[in-house]
Design a protein around this ligand. Structure first.
Ligand SMILES: Cc1ncc(COP(=O)(O)O)c(C=O)c1O
Length: 247
């Protein structure tokens, strides 16, 4: 509550941003098909307009990504730099894919992530933002970034406090050559569906307030609520590929 209140005080007025068409919950069912191509097709059919699927291929071998590409998927999410770089090399014969980094980003991995990913969903501190901007300039790259925000106390997760994000927004929003695209959030374990809806709604409202067009919200277990709340990227791993094979 306090964070929400503070963010209202500190944040600049919202710019008008395009929003996906609202959807009804009734059309959102979890995919049940046995094949990867079938699950992809089912998910794509369920996502509302303006909401895209990030296939979280973390923990999956390159062959599974190849299979997903053959079924039409081009955007993939990875959490571990070394694992991703190996798979990118294995898949180099394919037309360029759209790689998103979604894991906790350690300072010493920042350069590698800037070199190997076009989009970063896990920008979780001012210090990391400054470092990424400096490295991106040196590498002559302009990664799109999502600021990871923690809307509820969760010792297992990092992220900006909403009020802190707003306080530093004048600097964070203008850290060229980074391209601020949106906010990313994760719902802590233990929230029920109604509580997750509220949380995703807060993320959507803060993104609107900051004039950011995208929201990265929703995973296998909660994507329908996230999509309904205005997510523009749902990050789905196990619900698509099954259990992760690489630990
Ligand atoms: C940040 C993030 N988003 C999405 C996912 C995908 O989760 P799931 O396999 O539950 O869909 C993961 C998996 O670890 C993750 O770390």
């Amino acid at each position: 509550m306090l964070a929400t209140l503070l963010s209202k005080i500190w944040c600049a007025p919202a710019a008008t941003v395009p929003r996906p068409t609202p959807i009804g919950v009734s059309c959102l069912t979890r995919p049940s098909s046995e094949s990867l191509a079938g699950r992809l097709a089912a998910l794509q059919a369920e996502l509302p307009p303006g909401c895209r699927l990030l296939a979280v291929s973390k923990g999956q071998p390159a062959d599974r990504i190849r299979e997903a590409v053959a079924a039409g998927q081009r955007s993939f999410g990875e959490s571990r730099l070394q694992e991703a770089v190996l798979k990118q090399a294995e898949l180099a014969d394919l037309a360029p894919l759209d790689w998103h980094f979604i894991g906790r980003l350690q300072a010493n991995k920042a350069r590698g992530v800037v070199r190997h990913f076009g989009t970063i969903h896990s920008l979780d501190s001012l210090e990391l933002a400054r470092r990424l901007a400096r490295i991106a300039a040196e590498e002559q790259r302009q990664p799109a970034v999502f600021f990871q925000v923690k809307f509820r106390p969760d010792p297992a997760k990092t992220g900006f406090d909403p009020a802190e994000l707003c306080q530093h927004w004048p600097e964070l929003g203008g850290l060229a050559p980074l391209r601020p695209l949106g906010l990313m959030t994760l719902a802590p374990l233990g929230l029920d569906e109604a509580e997750r809806r509220v949380l995703f709604g807060e993320c959507d409202a803060l993104a609107t307030q900051l004039g950011l067009p995208e929201r990265s919200m929703g995973m296998s277990g909660d994507w329908p609520e996230a999509a309904e709340a205005g997510s523009t990227w749902v990050r789905i791993g196990s619900g698509l590929f099954g259990p992760r094979q690489i630990q």
